[in-house]
Design a protein around this ligand. Structure first.
Ligand code: PLP
Length: 449
């Protein structure tokens, strides 16, 4: 392979002068500069200085098949040479868009039709709009409200942002669109007042019932939720949650949107988390793992019932993005899914996920580790200042930055903030690499606290 030379000093200078980073403390960035990554192989990535790291976050929860898969590059190049772009607007299509939709209907057999986007937020915007459109065309145009959960992360476009339940993402970007309601996250560590798991589920169910009752089910279009909450604090559902909640929604004729942007394509130990937890949504949004991040792609799947309503003869479906069904992205998606299936990577996610969680549980002895939780290859170590009161660290204490420095110094990329460390490695991670990650995490915690 060709070796590329980088002028690191110049790159840093240009970054500071021109690159406006998302989700970054821009002042602090001007002091610290960027971490410039130049190469990836398997579960590892290399920075511009030549140092290799274990990619314990799979990019941004998305590089499921790992880095450096040349077959995906070849598929992309071949499709670009053949036909770089045609839309799926106006009934047009390309073979990769059609074939990917057909493939997805095998993986999510309760969905018959798929529309594509370029990412997670766009997928959730699409899902929310399909839900409203569905009710409008069903003669119930007043069914528009969307219920989501606190700690939810659904992306940063305005509709997805309004559904997102993390105040830090809302601050100073208002006004947000009206008609979005939030109920409690199934976050046992802080929200369970000491009940059994099944009583905790009953408590959450009752809160949802009360919210629906207060607002009136005739005003509510959909409930949107991540099967396992990710960016907002990594919350796997308590046992039975995904049996009880869909029943309530069905009873009140409220559509269920499963946001499988992180959980889709193997991360929770099955191809989709709906299989892991045994439920079926009316609409599923996905992104990230569909291409393992090699090119941007997302989308939504709908049930035959939803599709039948929205494909009425007197209406055009007036929603879509230029890049809905981009042929290069869809070709890469197909090849990426072929790798996931050939290597049965969801099985490795289940196996290595167990190893990871058991290893993280050993950290519970640490005086500042309040909780550890996870499902498949998504996990979190929650840190607290005081374990008995569960008091969190104040942002001024800079714990997130310290944890980030400690883990990066030891050659591990994970997402660190003031509440803890989120982990989500590629699904190809090996037993030895999980052990390496666990030992770096333990040493980093010892250094910071
Ligand atoms: N939904 C979930 C569950 C996510 O985790 C994310 C991103 O992390 C999104 C939606 C938004 O995806 P994107 O950043 O591709 O818009």
């Amino acid at each position: 392979a060709q070796t590329l030379e980088y002028n690191t000093e110049k790159l840093i200078e240009q970054d500071l002068a021109h690159l406006f980073h998302p989700v970054t403390n821009l002042y602090r960035h001007s002091q610290t500069g960027p971490l410039v990554m130049v190469e990836g192989k398997g579960s590892r990535v290399k920075d511009a200085g030549g140092k290799w790291y274990l990619d314990g976050f799979a990019g941004l929860w998305n590089v499921n098949v790992g880095h450096g898969r040349s077959e995906l590059a070849e598929v992309a190049a071949e499709q670009m040479r053949r036909l770089a772009f045609q839309p799926t607007f106006f009934g047009m299509a390309t073979p990769p868009a059609i074939e990917l939709a057909a493939k997805l209907s095998e993986l999510l057999p309760h969905h018959s039709h798929f529309q594509f986007t370029s990412g997670g937020a766009e997928s959730n915007e699409t899902a929310i709009k399909i839900a409203r459109y569905y009710w409008a065309l069903s003669g119930q145009p007043q069914k528009t409200k969307i219920i989501s959960r606190r700690m939810a992360y659904h992306g940063i476009a305005m509709g997805a942002l309004a559904a997102t339940g993390m105040p830090a993402y809302h601050a100073d970007f208002g006004p947000l669109p009206p008609g979005f309601l939030h109920v409690s996250a199934p976050y046992a560590y802080r929200n369970n007042p000491g009940l059994s798991e099944s009583d905790f589920v009953a408590m959450l169910a009752q809160e949802l019932e009360q919210t629906i009752g207060r607002e009136g089910p005739e005003t509510i279009a959909a409930f949107i939720a991540e099967p396992v909450q990710g960016a907002g604090g990594l919350v796997p559902p308590p046992e039975g949650y995904w049996q009880v909640i869909p029943q309530i929604l069905k009873k009140h004729q409220i559509l269920l949107i499963a946001d499988e942007v992180i959980t889709g394509f193997g991360r929770t130990g099955k191809m989709f988390a709906q299989e892991t937890y045994g439920f079926q949504a009316d609409i599923t949004s996905f992104a990230k793992g569909v291409t393992s991040g090699y090119v941007p792609l997302g989308g939504v799947g709908v049930t035959p019932e939803v599709y039948a309503v929205v494909s009425r003869p007197d209406r055009m479906f007036m929603h879509g993005f230029t890049y809905s069904g981009h042929p290069v992205a869809c070709a890469v998606g197909l090849a990426n899914i072929a790798i996931l299936e050939r290597e049965r990577l969801w099985e490795n996610a289940a196996l290595r996920g167990e190893q990871l969680l058991r290893g993280l549980e050993r950290l519970l002895d640490h005086p500042n580790v309040g909780d550890v939780r996870g499902k498949g290859l998504m996990a979190l170590v929650e840190v607290v200042e005081d374990k008995s009161t569960k008091k969190s660290f104040a942002p001024s204490q800079g714990i997130g930055a310290k944890l980030q420095a400690a883990t990066r110094k030891r050659g591990l990329i994970v997402r660190c903030n003031d509440t803890g460390i989120a982990i989500s490695p590629p699904l190809i991670i090996t037993e030895a690499e999980v052990d390496e990650m666990l030992s770096i995490l333990a040493d980093s915690l010892d250094e910071v606290f």
